[in-house]
Design a protein around this ligand. Sequence first.
Ligand SMILES: CCC[C@H](NC(=O)CCC(=O)O)C(=O)O
Ligand SMILES: NC(=O)OP(=O)(O)O
Length: 317
Amino acid sequence: MKQFTSVHDVEDINALVQEALELKQNPYAFEDLGKHKTLGLIFLNPSLRTRLSTQKAAQSLGMNVMVMNMGQEGWALETQDGAIMNGTTVEHIKDAAAVMGQYCDVLGMRSFPKLQNVEEDYSEEILKKFIQYANVPFVSLESATRHPLQSLADLVTISEHAPQGRRPKVVLTWAPHVKALPQAVPNSFAEWMCAADVDFVITHPEGYELDPQFTNGATITHNQAEALEGADFIYIKNWSTYQPYGQVLTQDASWMLTNQHLVNTNNAKVMHCLPVRRNVELSDEILDGPNSLVVNEAANREFAAQAVLKRLLESIQ
Ligand SMILES: CCC[C@H](NC(=O)CCC(=O)O)C(=O)O
Ligand SMILES: NC(=O)OP(=O)(O)O
């Protein structure tokens, strides 16, 4: 594996899940694999889980880690090819990525969408240029349209808690928020669930349809109560509209999960990638109650990242 940007970079997702679970049991089993190798983590947007879990995962493999918050520490990046840089941008991504590729054996980058131009964001131009110019193995730390490390950790968590002997019912439900958020997490979760051995349902208000390239194979309904019936796992996430792009059509609080929403589920486990807007996106009574898996899910980010970094390192041995 030379890059981890989506489920399409993984030949066998179940084998990768098993590898993450084995690393969870024995995180120092490959503590020399990354010796004298350097991982660079480049953030164009904030992070807690992705930064800390990926840094720890790399260190458990013996890697050196350098982290850079480009907004506060780097030069203002120009991403348009051919730009005459006489404005506020100081360094072209072409130059910055090439230099980082000299310092690092493996690179990761986080770059959220601007949510203004769907063609620009969904072209993943920034991600593609960074990979091209850095020219080293690459892991996405969340891009404009996907968050694969989160989705792998989500599938690891579902695998750990799934009912024995039958396919679990997994529901992705939209939740209210105070501002327009990316579609990357739901896109990615949907893509991985459609590739996994689960019965997958997506529910959201009208107008919040995700790009079908990510949801092909899912059952989609605007009736949240119907979707939640018999659910084993409920994945909560807000997202802004895809078409029209980046809009907030509703903040209907009835879509926020409470214990009442769980009555007709199979005592469903509730998941969220975090950070979560408590009592807007998801209620305290669920987050602080027995059905929440959000901390287990966040813990699994470390072992999802470790399994991916192990494969990227193996590609350069
Ligand atoms: C892992 C999730 C990262 C990001 N979340 C946010 O931007 C939340 C920001 C907020 O709640 O103000 C998102 O929704 O893609
Ligand atoms: N879930 C997740 O990626 O969290 P951070 O944005 O804090 O890294």
